[in-house]
Design a protein around this ligand. Structure first.
Ligand SMILES: NC(=O)c1ccc[n+]([C@@H]2O[C@H](COP(=O)([O-])OP(=O)(O)OC[C@H]3O[C@@H](n4cnc5c(N)ncnc54)[C@H](O)[C@@H]3O)[C@@H](O)[C@H]2O)c1
Length: 466
């Protein structure tokens, strides 16, 4: 570390000593799939955590020690509430009592598929009147490179407090050089890498990437996260940290598009793409397996790359890989409907008035999140073609109202009689709780978009993979 950084800034040393003693109060704004697990993680580590959300229903549930996210047990919430390690509130005035404020609000696309930063802006505007000298603010929401510096910082500085932008270098572990300027508050970006329902990695086991507006901000954010996460990795700016998350998600988006396209080719060639992927996976280097499906879903992969596409336009740079991947992935539901039509046709049936049962609404298996799920688009396309559609999903008794979709459907029971009632059963999400041999046994025609029936031995003639 050079001499300048060693001088440090007062605000940083005060913050670090609070964190080291675990006496820092942590505020999390946005208590959804990302914010709630993060809040509980800091609470588990002994910090006093306040969760802020605009939704009074969520706040009331948390105060009663209840959970609204399936994989987060109510007992964990109740325990932290009881021990006064965690409280939820809609009152943003309490932000002034926090040492650190972590922002986990949504970053969707608008109706023109452009970044909708209204939640991030609204949150920064809600913080600004309460911002205190010495506080650390970290944006965790996924967004394009430049958001923290160009959008969040100017709004926070309306408070009259300053956080000067200043470059620094790092080797990933610590700040190696950089001019340390006095700051009134600290500001950083640290991408959330939550993977809901992942049994293999828990939140604290996934390394936390951190980039600061200046060296002090980076070091403060790193000091905080190091208390709760097994590893942190410093980068030299908020932009690099923002870009890291977009790279990760674009990598997934492009590779999924690749296997989706190859699946369509393999279907024509009579080759089993899933068998090919299993074989390719045996190579111990240079290959990572991605799997085809009925299309992309979730809050991240279908959305985040387009944040970068939008920003790239400022540099007159076309992001061709992202556009192509988006085109392929978003056409997958049409391919599923085409496969259903063709399979019915072979049985001398047409899609119009056919009774179709869609299994699985969630965008991936074993979770209760329907955002951007391809199942919804499949249902829409089937209805447009005149099919009579029902659905089953263990996690959704009713189809939730969503920004884009308003279906008036209730879950049907999954009995042998129900299965036999439909002209086709479409496996859109491969939930582990489904009894696939029974689905094939009782269904008349099973259209499998996930290779969920690979191990079913009987009645394979009823299965159409697509
Ligand atoms: N869900 C994931 O798997 C995942 C993974 C990595 C990153 N992310 C990113 O994390 C961010 C949050 O995603 P999420 O899945 O937790 O969203 P979510 O919709 O589950 O939760 C967001 C919460 O923020 C609240 N909120 C909205 N505006 C607010 C405001 N102004 N003040 C206070 N609360 C507000 C909402 O009521 C909601 O409870 C997004 O940027 C997303 O891209 C999500």
């Amino acid at each position: 570390m050079n001499k300048e950084t060693a001088v440090g800034c007062e605000v940083l040393s005060a913050f670090q000593s609070k964190v080291d003693a675990r006496a820092a109060r942590v505020g999390i704004i946005g208590l959804g799939y990302v914010g709630l697990p993060l809040a509980l993680l800091f609470a588990r580590e002994g910090f006093t955590v306040s969760g802020f959300d605009l939704d009074p229903a969520k706040v009331a549930q948390l105060r009663r020690g209840e959970s609204y996210i399936r994989h987060i047990p109510a007992t964990t919430i109740a325990e932290h509430v009881e021990q006064k390690h965690f409280e939820a509130t809609t009152d943003f005035a309490h932000l002034r009592d926090m040492h650190a404020i972590l922002i986990c609000v949504p970053t969707p696309l608008d109706s023109h598929r452009e970044p909708d930063l209204s939640f991030v802006r609204g949150t920064a505007e809600a913080i600004a009147p309460h911002l205190q000298r010495g506080q650390l603010v970290v944006l965790e929401s996924t967004t394009y490179p430049g958001t923290t510096e160009e959008v969040v910082l100017p709004i926070l500085e309306r408070s009259g407090l300053r956080c000067p932008v200043s470059s620094y270098t790092t080797d990933g572990l610590e700040v190696t050089a950089g001019e340390e300027r006095q700051a009134d508050f600290l500001l950083a970006f640290s991408p959330e890498r939550e993977d809901p329902g992942n049994q293999q990695f828990q939140t604290h086991q996934v390394p936390k990437v951190v980039g600061g507006i200046n060296a002090s901000s980076a070091r403060a954010a790193q000091a905080l996260y190091a208390q709760a996460f097994e590893k942190t990795f410093l980068v030299s700016s908020t932009r690099a940290a923002e870009m890291t998350k977009i790279l990760e998600n674009t990598y997934r988006c492009v590779n999924i598009a690749l296997v989706n396209e190859l699946k369509l080719l393999c279907l024509r060639m009579g080759i089993d793409i899933w068998e090919v992927i299993e074989a390719a996976k045996t190579k111990p280097f240079g290959f990572t397996a991605f799997y085809p499906g009925p299309g992309l879903g979730g809050h991240c992969i279908p959305i985040d790359p387009f944040y970068l596409t939008w920003k790239a336009r400022e540099y007159e740079f076309p992001t061709r890989f992202i556009e192509l991947a988006g085109e392929i992935n978003s056409s997958m539901p049409e391919n599923v409907v085409a496969a259903i039509t063709e399979a019915l046709n072979r049985r001398k049936q047409c899609l119009r008035d056919a009774r179709i049962l869609v299994l699985g609404l969630a965008y991936k298996k074993d979770i209760d999140d329907p955002r951007e799920s391809p199942s919804l688009r499949i249902i829409e396309l089937l209805q447009e073609a005149g099919a009579r559609v029902d659905y089953h999903d263990p996690y959704f008794p009713r189809l939730p109202k969503m920004r884009k979709y308003r279906f008036d459907l209730e879950r049907v029971d999954l009995s042998p009689e129900t299965l036999a009632d439909y002209d086709a059963v479409v496996i859109a999400t491969d939930h582990s709780s489904y009894d696939y041999p029974a689905i094939v046994r009782h269904g008349r025609l099973v259209v499998d978009t996930r290779n969920a029936t690979h191990a079913v031995q009987e009645h394979r003639e009823k299965i159409v993979r697509c």
